[in-house]
Design a protein around this ligand. Structure first.
Ligand code: PTT
Ligand code: SF4
Length: 610
C-alpha cells in the first residue's frame, strides 16, 4: 500500500500490552481514514450498550492517507469513541504534531482499550511502546503536563493530554495539545480519563511512502504557493476565525444569553478588530501556511489562543463583553481540558436558570468572577458544577421546570455558536450532524444568509447534504484541515490530485461522495444500534427554543423556526439519504453502500425498512 501505512497500533491498558496489527486494504479504500476508520472500528469492535466510561470503550486516534505528507494543513487527526455525553458516536478533529508523528512511527491509527490500574502515560516511539507511571502528572493541568513532557521528548513530539476535567470525567472534557488546540467535544477527554490515561506521547522517525513521490512533492509546493495567492489570505492571517464575530452580529446569528437572541450589544468589544489590537502572536497546526490561532494576553496576563467558537460561547452567550476576560475563561478551559462550546452553553443555561429562580445558586449574565469560579467547580465537580459537568441535557432533567425547552443541544451535544431562530438550513445541519449539535459537518449558515433565511426548500436540504459529504465525509476521512477550501477557496480538485499522488487511487468527487455516504450511514447505524427502540426522529430535531420563542432584538426581531416546515425538510433529507421515515438507513441503502454486514447486525436491534 502507498499513502497508508497499512498498520495500526492496538493498545490494551488493562494488560499493559501493545501490538502492531495490519488492517485490510479494503478498509482503506472504503473508509479512507480518520472518521471513516473510527466508525468502522467502533462498529466492528464495540458491544452495543457498553458504558462509554468503562474499559470496554475504545479510544481511537486515526489519521488519513494525506496526514503527515508535506501538503497544506495535513497535520490533523480524528479522535473518536462512544460518547459519554450523548451515548452515541463521538469524535473531534485536532491539529497536532501527534498526527504527523503517529504516521511517521508507522501507524495510521492507535486504538486504546481497557483501563490502566494507575495513572499512565502511553509512550510510542516507532515500534517501541511503553506504559509510564503518570502518578506525578495526575492533577496537573494540560499546559503543565505538556510542558513537562516536551522537556523530555522535544518540541515537535506529539503530545495529547487531558486536564483535570478529563480526570474528573466531566462529560464534555476534551483532549488538549500544543497549549490551545483542543478536540473531541463529546467527552473524548473523559473517555481518556476513564482509562487512567493522562497523556499519549508519540515520536516517529520513519518516512511515509507515496505512490508518486515526485508528483506529490511538486503538487505540495505548488499548493502551498497557491494558498498564498488567494485573495482572502491576508485578512485570514489577520483575524482567522475571529472575523466571524462581526459577521454573526451583522446577521443576527451570534448566540446571546443562552441563544435567546442573535445580537449582542457588546459584540464589537469581543470581535476580530478588538482582537487584532490585543494580538501578541499566532500559532497553528503542523504543515500549515495559513496559521489561524490568534494569541492575546488575557486578564491574568497569560497567553490565550482564541477562536470564534470560544469567544462567542464564553462571551456573548453568557453576556460577557470583555475580550481579555473571555480569553481568561478560554485559557482556563484549555488548562482544565473542557470543551469551550459546551462550557459556554451550560454556563448560559445555568445563568438563565438562576435568573428564573430554578436554582438557588446566583450566577448572573456577564459576571466574570462568579463565572470563573463556576468553570473550576465544573472541572472539579463541586456543587452546581457537578450537575453542569453532566451536560445540559442532564442538567435540564435535573432542575426541571420548563428548562428542557431552552436546553440548547441535539442528542445531548451542546449546540455550537450559531443562533438558528432564522436559519432553517443551519438548524437541519445541527440536527442531523453525526455527533450532535456541532457545526463541523454542514456549516451552511454563510450560504443560507446569502440565499435567503425564510425558505425551507429542497435547495437547502441539498446544500446540507453536499456540505456533510465534503466536510463531514471527505475532510474528516482524509483528516486534513478544511479551512483552506472553505475560507480561502482553495479548490477541492487539489485533494483528488493529492490522493492520487499519495496512494495511487484515482477517484473523482462522485467516488468520494459514496465513501462519505458510507461513513454517514454507518455512523447512523451506530446511533440506532445504541438506542434501539428508543431511537426516534425527534432526535433529529433542534432545540425547542428556536421554534417557540421569537427573537426580541435586532433586524430579525420576531423570527422563529416553523415546526411543520422543518418536519417537511427533515422528511426530504431522509428520502435523499435513503433513510426511512424514522431516519434509519434502509436495507437497500446499506447494501448499496457495501454495508451488508451492518444490515445483519442492525436487524437485531430494530426492524429495517426495505
Ligand atoms: C472543534 C471545536 C471548535 S471548532 C472550537 S473553535 W473553531 C473550539 N475550540 C476549543 C479550544 O480552542 N479549546 C477548548 N478547550 N475547547 C474548544 N472547543 C471547540 O472545539 C481547530 C480548527 C477550528 S477552530 C475549526 S472551526 C476547524 N475545525 C476543523 C474540523 O473539525 N475538521 C477539519 N478537517 N478541519 C478543521 N479545521 C479547523 O480546525 P473538535 P484544533 Mg478542534 C482553544 O476539536 O472536537 O472537532 O471541536 O481542533 O486543532 O484546535 O483546530 O472556530
Ligand atoms: Fe490549523 Fe488553522 Fe492551519 Fe487549519 S488553517 S491547519 S486550523 S492553523
Amino acid at each position: 500500500m502507498y499513502g497508508w501505512n497499512g498498520k495500526l497500533l492496538r493498545v490494551n491498558l488493562s494488560k499493559n500490552k501493545a501490538a502492531v496489527q495490519k488492517y485490510d486494504e479494503g478498509i482503506a479504500r472504503n473508509f479512507l481514514g480518520g472518521r471513516g476508520f473510527a466508525i468502522k472500528f467502533l462498529w466492528d469492535e464495540l458491544k452495543p450498550g457498553i458504558d462509554p466510561l468503562s474499559p470496554e470503550n475504545r479510544l481511537i486516534f486515526a489519521a488519513g492517507p494525506l496526514t503527515g505528507f508535506a501538503l497544506p494543513s495535513s497535520g490533523k487527526l480524528v479522535v473518536a469513541a462512544k460518547s459519554p455525553l450523548t451515548g452515541g458516536y463521538g469524535d473531534g478533529n485536532l491539529g497536532t504534531y501527534a498526527a504527523v508523528q503517529m504516521r511517521k512511527a508507522g501507524y495510521d491509527a492507535i486504538i486504546v482499550e481497557g483501563k490502566a490500574k494507575k495513572p499512565t502515560i502511553l509512550l510510542v516511539q516507532d515500534r517501541l511502546t511503553q506504559f509510564l507511571d503518570a502518578g506525578d502528572f495526575w492533577g496537573l493541568n494540560s499546559f503543565e503536563t505538556e510542558r513537562r513532557l516536551r522537556e523530555v521528548y522535544g518540541s515537535t513530539a506529539g503530545v495529547l493530554c487531558i486536564g483535570q476535567g478529563g480526570e474528573n470525567l466531566v462529560k464534555f472534557a476534551n483532549i488538549v495539545c500544543q497549549r490551545g488546540r483542543a478536540g473531541g467535544r463529546p467527552g473524548m477527554g473523559a473517555v481518556m480519563g476513564s482509562k487512567n490515561l493522562k497523556a499519549v506521547v508519540i515520536v516517529g522517525s520513519g518516512e511515509l511512502s507515496a505512490a508518486y513521490p515526485k508528483d506529490l512533492k511538486e503538487l505540495g509546493s505548488e499548493a502551498y504557493r497557491e494558498i498564498l495567492t488567494k485573495p482572502p489570505y491576508a485578512f485570514w492571517k489577520r483575524q482567522g476565525t475571529m472575523m466571524t464575530i462581526e459577521w454573526s452580529q451583522e446577521n443576527s446569528v451570534l448566540p446571546t444569553c443562552n441563544y435567546r437572541e442573535g445580537v449582542f450589544e457588546k459584540a464589537e468589544a469581543i470581535g476580530g478588530f478588538t482582537m487584532e489590537k490585543l494580538k501578541t502572536s499566532q500559532r497553528g497546526c503542523p504543515n500549515c501556511n495559513m496559521t489561524c490561532g490568534n494569541v492575546i494576553k488575557d486578564s491574568d496576563r497569560k497567553e490565550s489562543e482564541i477562536d470564534y467558537e470560544n469567544v462567542a460561547m464564553l462571551g456573548s452567550n453568557i453576556g460577557l463583553g470583555n475580550l481579555r476576560r473571555v480569553a481568561t475563561l478560554n485559557r482556563i478551559a484549555d488548562e482544565l481540558g473542557l470543551d469551550t462550546i459546551s462550557l459556554g452553553n451550560v454556563i448560559g443555561f445555568a445563568m438563565e436558570a438562576s435568573e428564573k429562580g430554578l436554582i438557588e445558586e446566583k450566577v448572573s449574565w456577564g459576571k466574570f468572577k462568579e463565572t470563573k469560579a463556576l468553570v473550576e467547580d465544573i472541572a472539579y465537580r463541586r456543587g452546581l458544577g457537578n450537575i453542569l459537568a453532566e451536560g445540559v441535557r442532564f442538567a435540564a432533567e435535573k432542575i426541571g421546570g420548563d428548562s428542557s425547552r431552552w436546553a440548547m443541544h441535539v442528542k445531548g451535544l451542546e449546540a455550537s455558536a450559531y443562533d438558528c431562530h432564522a436559519a432553517p438550513a443551519m438548524a437541519l445541519a445541527f440536527a442531523t450532524s453525526p455527533i450532535g449539535a456541532h457545526h463541523k459537518d454542514a456549516w451552511v449558515i454563510s450560504w443560507e444568509v446569502k440565499v435567503g433565511r425564510e425558505s425551507y426548500d429542497e435547495e437547502k436540504v441539498d446544500k446540507v447534504i453536499e456540505f456533510q459529504r465534503i466536510r463531514g465525509g471527505v475532510f474528516e476521512a482524509l483528516t486534513v484541515c478544511r479551512l483552506p477550501w472553505i475560507e480561502l477557496g482553495f479548490e477541492l480538485e487539489w485533494y483528488t490530485k493529492f490522493l492520487h499522488a499519495a496512494t495511487g487511487l484515482k477517484v473523482n468527487s462522485e467516488d468520494l461522495n459514496v465513501i462519505a455516504d458510507r461513513i454517514y450511514a454507518l455512523i447512523r447505524a451506530f446511533w440506532v444500534r445504541e438506542f434501539g427502540k428508543n431511537w426516534s426522529r425527534e432526535m433529529d430535531v433542534p432545540p425547542a427554543r428556536w421554534f417557540e420563542e421569537p427573537l426580541t432584538k435586532g433586524a430579525l426581531k420576531g423570527a422563529k423556526l416553523d415546526r411543520t416546515k422543518y418536519d417537511d425538510m427533515l422528511r426530504m433529507y431522509y428520502q435523499k439519504r435513503g433513510w426511512d421515515e424514522r431516519g434509519i438507513p434502509t436495507k437497500t441503502t446499506l447494501e448499496r453502500l457495501g454495508l451488508k454486514d451492518a444490515t445483519k447486525k442492525l436487524k437485531k436491534h430494530v426492524k429495517l425498512s426495505e
